[in-house]
Design a protein around this ligand. Sequence first.
Ligand code: EPS
Length: 384
Amino acid sequence: MGTLRFLTAGESHGKCLTAIVEGLPAGVRIDLSEMNQDMVRRQQGYGRGGRMKIEADCVEILSGVRFGETTGAPVTLCIKNKDWENWTERMSVEGGPAGELVTAARPGHADLTGIKKYARKDIRDILERASARETAGRVAAGALAKQFLKVCGMTVVSQVINIGGVHIAAAETARGQIGRTLSELNCYDAAAEEKMRVKIRSAKAEGDTLGGIFEVFAQGIPAGLGSYIQWDRRLDARLAGALMSIQAIKGVEIGEGFGYAALPGSLAHDEMFYDAEHRVYRKTNHAGGIEGGMSNGEEIVLRAVMKPIPTLMKPLHSVDIQSHEAVLACKERSDVCAVSAASVVGEAMTAFVLAEAVIEKFGGDAMTDLLAGMKSYKERVYGE
Ligand code: EPS
């Protein structure tokens, strides 16, 4: 049982998506409109599908917040699915089957294994929950974690660095971009973003889809979150697991990541220097802010790769799960590219893991106690 945890529930075309967040201290001021900005950001992105034109995701808080502050009780977050109105019969809780069975499994999706594992006849029973629509619940939970981190002086931001092989120029990063107007693809290299759009447009024309890479940065994180003491307390493992848990993510790296393979030890590590103002400081951040499974006080840098969405308008070869005949995979309406949406989900998952690590270290009942604990810790560690 984690000190801070959340569960989501809900189907893509069910009535709503719900997240229950438990373990946030009492006394966190909640700005709902700020939380909803993340909901809007998750819906954006060049190459998103028709569903995003139907929905206007908006979080409603059903419990755990009173007069704009958390009370320490579980917080229930609810996002209504507007599309539900078109699915009341096919997604009905009661009554008999309605609508056609989905039987043409999509390679790359949960369809085939899901139907076997859960002994279902209709792939819809699988895809409704496996759909990345679930990430709306995660972004809501992450937005709540961000509200908590903000009070602690910590920020999580992201940027898309690659779509379909189009990479940003190396120097372009989100570091200096906090608070600036967002680009549609959450990419801060305008020239690369234009090329990404072209790539997405031609993928769409060909009935294809595209994946890509996003980066998440966490700033203001004190040294000492997580621990080397036990495998499951390592902050890098927890962050990597959280990013890897996002639908369609196939790889995660921290700091230099896979680039370490090409570096000798003499160039791979972040040498230490000292001066009275900065105390011990670094000139590089190959480690991505984590050494020994603990945050080291530098910016945390994470990267994740998303595979192309498996629902193709020019469908792949598949097999009908009932007749076993060769068919083309089913064509649910879908996105051509959702990497920018995934980057917002990446922020949410990162924020959640960091919030949990902060609460674990400084105590989680009341915000005043937590902030006092953090202040005295920083005084000892940084002499602040
Ligand atoms: C999504 C909603 C879904 C898809 C997408 C993500 O809506 P619908 O299934 O009604 O088109 O657009 O889901 C997938 C890509 C997937 O593979 O399931 C959302 O809200 O992000």
